[in-house]
Design a protein around this ligand. Structure first.
Ligand code: SAM
Ligand code: DTB
Ligand code: SF4
Length: 417
């Protein structure tokens, strides 16, 4: 009598913009007016018996699936935030060690002068942001920065270039492959983000040992044309396809705060959740407003609102439930987030950060600050061996040993949940 699970309506958050109610089962865990026996008090509360709803199926999933519908993701996204974050945390603990946060350090290897018109970006040559364009940096300075990052606990080094694509950049690509080899030789994961690449270029990067390629879809298919006009959503997806086919891990996510609606957060997650395999990494950036860019200027005029924290948290928690094995990266915008808010994101499933001296052109949380936060909250840097790439590498090594050790791949190929 004391612990009955009843099906009762849960109001969807008004800020979610969907304004519906859904039914999920929640337990009444106390009966106020009846005395509780000593024996009953020792019985742990029954788990919520909400089996059968999209949300509970996601909470109980045993593996990733790529057949999500937009409506199903919307249902997860619109679950009350208190239930959503708890569900996300449950899934997080099934697939990841909640104390392990991947520390990744960024380096801009080619700053500014980009021909694209991404309306948020400091590096587009179309906007007067005051940023000075520069040539590609040399291989040794990249490796020096990677050594410093490793000494400070980063296990992944990400190199970004302000290019639309790699067409006609043979020498640049050669230099990038040398950087990738050098970073990998340090025992770190290597990630690059160079704009659009074709199948051949992806193969070259794979042969150099590249762990992951970052190429964000940024937002939903519907909202994309109001953010970028110089390339299409499908061009973005074509590069992701080339990367995936070359056997390189995909890092693809988005930016929140581009003037989009809640359904665009759902649309963003839907795009990546229905790729042939889930991305290894899903970065969640909050717009860093840059003076001189269309979006930065709209924010300063009050025409576009800064993204609310509950929307960031809701997006992270939904991504965790929909992409259970993916690393969810709390990316740009973390710098202005209080520690308690960052912790809520980690508790809702985020498990990677960018850390170090700088993002690409903007400020980043420094190593010392992050180390102190980790210490306070019982977090630790994720080891290379714990990541998808690291596990695969161990399995490959085991497979070539004559001892007959079995190779176990932890790829995110779809399974039935
Ligand atoms: N040119 C490459 C490309 O577009 O893929 C790589 C560099 S680009 C700067 C990498 C990602 O950083 C973008 O896709 C975007 O998601 C994110 N980004 C860029 N400027 C940002 C800003 N002001 N605030 C938040 N995220 C930003
Ligand atoms: C990602 O999603 N965010 C990072 C990384 N991938 C390359 C870049 C964020 C850039 C923030 C704005 C800047 O520093 O210019
Ligand atoms: Fe260029 Fe990338 Fe910036 Fe777009 S986001 S302007 S492609 S550097």
């Amino acid at each position: 009598m004391a612990h009955r699970a009843l099906l009762r309506p849960v109001r969807l958050a008004p800020s979610s913009g969907f304004g519906r109610t859904c039914r999920i089962a929640r337990p009444f865990s106390t009966v106020i007016d009846a005395p509780i026996s000593a024996a009953a008090q020792q019985v742990p509360p029954a788990a919520p018996s909400n089996a059968g709803s999209v949300f509970s199926d996601a909470v109980n999933a045993t593996g990733p699936r790529t057949n999500w519908t937009k409506e199903q993701i919307a249902e997860v996204y619109n679950t009350s935030l208190i239930e959503l974050t708890h569900g996300a945390s449950t899934v997080h603990r099934r697939f990841h060690d909640p104390a392990a946060i991947q520390m990744c350090t960024l380096m801009n290897i080619k700053t500014g002068g980009c021909s694209e018109d991404c309306s948020y970006c400091a590096q587009s040559s179309r906007y007067n942001t005051g940023l000075k364009a520069s040539k590609m940096v040399d291989v040794e300075s990249v490796l020096e920065a990677a050594r410093v990052a490793k000494a400070n606990g980063s296990s992944r080094f990400c190199m970004g270039a302000a290019w639309r694509d790699m067409r006609g950049r043979k020498t640049n690509l050669k230099n990038v492959t040398a950087m990738v080899k050098g970073v990998r030789a340090l025992g770190m994961e290597a990630c690059v983000t160079l704009g659009m690449i074709d199948a051949e270029q992806a193969k070259e990067l794979k042969n150099a040992g590249l762990t992951a390629y970052n190429h964000n879809v940024d937002t939903s298919r519907e909202h994309y044309p109001s953010v970028i006009t110089t390339r299409s959503y499908d061009e973005r997806l074509a590069t992701i396809n080339n990367v995936q086919n070359a056997g390189i891990h995909v890092c693809t996510g988005g930016i929140l705060g581009l003037g989009e609606k809640p359904q665009d957060h759902v649309g963003l997650i839907y795009t990546v959740a229905t790729l042939p395999a889930h991305p290894e990494s899903f970065p969640v950036n909050a717009l860093v407003p840059i003076k001189g860019t269309p979006l930065g200027d709209r924010i300063s005029k009050g025409e576009t609102k800064t993204i609310a924290f509950d929307a960031i948290l809701r997006t992270i928690a939904t991504a965790r439930l929909v992409l259970p094995t993916t690393i969810i990266r709390l990316a740009a915008g973390r710098h202005t987030m209080r520690e308690e808010k960052q912790m809520m994101c980690f508790m809702a499933g985020a498990n990677a950060v960018f850390t170090g001296e700088k993002m690409l052109t903007t400020a980043c949380n420094g190593w010392e600050e992050d180390k102190a936060m980790f210490e306070r909250w019982g977090l630790r840097p994720m080891e290379v061996e714990e990541t998808m790439g690291g596990k695969e590498e161990l399995a490959e090594k085991a497979a070539v040993q004559p001892a007959g050790a079995e190779a176990q791949s932890s790829s995110t190929q779809p399974t039935t949940a």
